[in-house]
Ligand binder design. Sequence first.
Ligand code: SF4
Ligand code: MG
Length: 529
Amino acid sequence: MSIERVYREAKAMEEGLTDELAGVPSTEEISTHPMDELLRTERLPHIWCPGCGLGTALSCFTSALMRTDLDLDKVAIVSGIGCTGRVAGYLRLDGFHTTHGRALPFATGLKLANDGLKVIVFSGDGDLIAIGGNHFIHAARRNMDITVICANNFIYGMTGGQVGPTTPTGATASTSPWGNLEHPFNVPNLAAAAGATYIARWTALHARRLEKSIHRALLKPGFTVVEVISPCPTAFGRANRKVYGRDMMEFYHENSVIRHGAHPEDVDIDLGGQIVCGEFVDIERPTFQDRLRDLHRRKALAEYQPWAEVAVEGRLDKERAIRYETPLDVGPAGVGEGPSAEMPREVRLGGFGGQGIILSGKILGRAQAIYEERQVSLTRSYGPEARGGACSSALVISDAPILYPHITRPSLMVAMSQAAYAKYRDELADDGLLLVDADLVDLDPDADQDVIRVPATHVAAEELGLRIVANIVMLGAMAALTDVASKEAMRQAVLDSVPPGTEELNEKAFERGYEVGMGLLEERNQEHV
Ligand code: SF4
Ligand code: MG
């Protein structure tokens, strides 16, 4: 607010002349900016130099985003390193200021983990096209559903004005005082050759057109790219006789032409030539996410006919759960309460290398993620030994997105070796359940834990003639004794996961484990009567 305005307002108040201010916005009204909703104003003033184009690029972006009607709670912005890398931190959105050149891998991960997000990468030419260049072409090739705003100031601005991948041939930089010898990347051509669906270029002078293009890019599915030619008077301008932001703007004004639909090959930037601006590419291609959804659908229909309905239409509801063989209700928490009980749940499977503990974790995760359509995170650890070292699979199973993948207090634990029992049993939740291999684990007589001893190794070795399937016997018993996954989901996951040719043996091991588990359950029932 101007000093004059403050003075007038104070004077009018003092003299009771409130009418004088009729129709004039109040102090409160003028102290908020229309962009405030999207800006972290507490972080302002920004760090950018006077005359820098990044402020213009950011305000074009914010006003384009506000016009999209996208749910801002579902918009994530990712930046890399450099002056442009500060953008994510100034926006009141879920933002990530990532490591150098890695904005696109972070963005790809976000999009894969949550397809419902609108993911935007806002970064500089050095970050996106030099160290991140490989990520750029591969994200475009995959047609990841991500919008990229690339602020191209022809130089590494923040780090000292070194020559970069987009520095025009002949331009001076701190590392090329006699002029750049290299041919610069043509960003639209690079994006087009790799497969982007929408590509536009504007300078910071074309603010309205830039805003419109960003708006289009945000709403178009696929890998969409808007290049913003942006003044960097401090690093590029000073080295090239364009000391002020205004000099750069004049340069854009005199040298840029608008040529919509120009072939990206023809829009190279040459210091003495024209800067061709416009919308160059606007095509339709299936996104990576489209292909992924289609794959899941086809896979479900082709391989899992009985389950296709579940996989395609969504998660099992309670009614459908009656198709599962629900374990008996035997009382203690975590046992026999049906497939939906107590989410999220943490599970630890421990043993030694060679027992198939890692495979067991994969099977349990698959049963939950594919057949029960839950969220699952699986972390694994094993010693350096090929056989015999300590080994563990840890799973978080949840109906909601999992924000932290490691377990802290498992409610279900399996110990198939003495070492695993000793190492992990103290982390079991107070009301948790511990399944141990009856032949391989001696219980601590002083421990006050709910334990069921499952003769998994004995059944595998003596009845099935192959000790190596003890882990599958244990999974069968687990399906009978606990509600961690339904029997059918677990059986399908076993068949999906074991090596081809061993399905019959493993199915037998699983069924036998289930019978053993049901027998143990019955014994517990009788003890509880
Ligand atoms: Fe902008 Fe260049 Fe200053 Fe960085 S160094 S803030 S890009 S003018
Ligand atoms: Mg740069």
